[in-house]
Ligand binder design. Structure first.
Ligand code: SF4
Length: 462
């Protein structure tokens, strides 16, 4: 399923009509938020950790060129082959060349949003290859030919009943909605594929500059199998994933685990430090690392929005976002969704394709409040809105509305008259009905207007 960010209005409308989706997303996000909060409450130093991580990441991003060179040199010293890809097309070409050169027929994948970003699965399948997602959530959405609906919980929009039906229909197994039984079914289907695969493809959570190793964080051990059982391991990472040292990585791992799943620590943290089969008799014979730019260096060059590169895709801002909670991830029409997704979309895909994205936010600040990296997403969204408008994409009605507001605001007598009128009109409305607002008022209740008004209150206060 390929989504189109330009169709986001259509997706949002259809998501708002889908009660089943709302219930599934609401249940999953509320449970994730509670688990996270329970852990945060046990950590009086949580706020300090967030600011320290923010500072550390700022230091890396400000000198990314130097850290990338250090990382590359150490990777090569470890025996990892490093490839640089300026965009998705180049990354796909690097990978297909490796596949052809090594006569690869079947591939197992560990969850990777970066590979989703470059549409790798569809590309490889179109080349006649067998590509299997091995993370349980990814496996489920792959069976449905969907993209993930959350950064860390790909099948968050589905209930266990849905999964039972999907397995029954797609895999021909008897219906069950028991989670351990469902996991067992997936495990049996996947295990033989791990053994037969020629290549494992993964993403990278953190790349450690001073050791030339990188880590892959997971909870199911599927990534461990995917990167150690096949002969060749290809990892795809965005160039912003660098951290300076191993001790610095520990703080990021903790912040990420708590923010993602409310765990003190993720169940498995795999460190990959090059090919190991010859030396230890296990692991890969070849490790290839594709360093993907795909628009990141443009963001890096932008001091106003550079902070968006601090994101390590924990998904907490999605869980806490009142918009995401209503519509889920597919409504955004792109692989990165929620508050961070709509800040990245116009930066990665350009203002034309991403012009609606920065407006799909209430700017309530819930994302900034929860982000473990302290990324000021509402601030970035405002900047992006400015850019969309400066590029000439604002709606005519909006332009007129702004012009009208300027006209009124500079004529206090007219402003007073027109703000007096709706208050009187509201008095005529029966019972306790809220002020009617077409469209907007359909999905939420607007409160009654305060008849006293700001100017009267201000006078009273001063
Ligand atoms: S913006 Fe912050 S909260 Fe959202 S996914 Fe990135 S790190 Fe997590």
């Amino acid at each position: 399923m390929q989504l189109n960010p330009k169709k986001t209005k259509t997706y949002i409308k259809s998501a708002l009509r889908d009660q089943h989706l709302k219930e599934a997303v609401d249940r999953a996000t509320q449970s994730a938020l509670k688990k996270r909060q329970d852990k945060v409450d046990l950590m009086p130093y949580w706020e300090d950790m967030r600011w320290q991580a923010h500072k550390a990441k700022a230091g890396v991003i400000d000198h990314l060129d130097r850290y990338l060179e250090e990382f590359e040199a150490n990777c090569m010293a470890n025996g990892t082959t490093v490839h640089w890809a300026v965009d998705g097309e180049e990354a796909r070409k690097i990978i297909i060349d490796l596949i052809r050169k090594n006569n690869v027929k079947s591939i197992v994948k560990a969850k990777s949003l970066t590979t989703e970003e470059i549409y790798l699965n569809h590309f490889l399948v179109d080349q006649g290859l067998e590509v299997l997602e091995t993370d349980l959530g990814e496996y489920i959405v792959q069976l449905l030919d969907q993209i993930p609906s959350h950064l860390t919980s790909p099948a968050l929009h589905l209930t266990r009943k849905d999964v039972g039906k999907i397995f029954h229909e797609k895999l021909g197994v008897p219906y069950t909605e028991d989670p351990p039984e469902l996991a067992q079914i997936a495990r049996q289907k996947l295990r033989e594929k791990f053994l037969a695969a020629d290549m494992g493809i993964s993403g990278v959570n953190f790349a450690i500059a001073d050791s030339g190793s990188f880590c892959i964080v997971e909870n199911e051990a599927n990534a461990h199998l995917a990167v150690t059982m096949p002969r060749i391991h290809v990892a795809v990472m965005g160039i912003e994933k660098i951290v300076p040292t191993l001790p610095a990585t520990a703080a990021f791992l903790k912040l990420q685990a708590i923010s993602t799943t409310g765990q003190k620590q993720s169940s498995y943290v795999n460190f990959v430090g090059g090919p190991t089969r010859q030396k230890f008799g296990e692991g890969c014979e070849e490790v290839h690392l594709v360093l993907l730019d795909n628009g990141r260096s443009t963001i890096l060059a932008d001091p106003q929005l550079r902070e968006t590169l601090f994101c390590f895709r924990c998904g907490a801002c999605l869980n806490n976002c009142p918009i995401y909670q209503q519509v889920g991830g597919h409504a955004y029409g792109w692989v990165y969704m929620g508050p961070i997704g709509i800040s990245l979309l116009p930066q990665y895909l350009g203002v034309d394709e991403g012009r609606y994205a920065p407006f799909t936010s209430s700017l309530c600040g819930a994302c900034y409040e929860i982000c473990p990296m302290r990324i000021n997403i509402p601030h970035h969204l405002l900047k992006l809105r400015n850019r969309v408008v400066d590029s000439g994409y604002s709606m005519k009605v909006e332009k007129w509305a702004m012009w009208g507001f300027g006209f009124l605001a500079s004529r206090p007598w007219l402003y007073r008259l027109l703000t007096w009128f709706p208050g009187k009109f509201q008095k005529l409305m029966p019972g306790n009905r809220a002020f009617p607002a077409p469209g907007y008022g359909k999905e939420r209740a607007l409160g009654r207007m305060d008849l006293k008004g700001f100017r009267k209150r201000f006078k009273e206060m001063s």
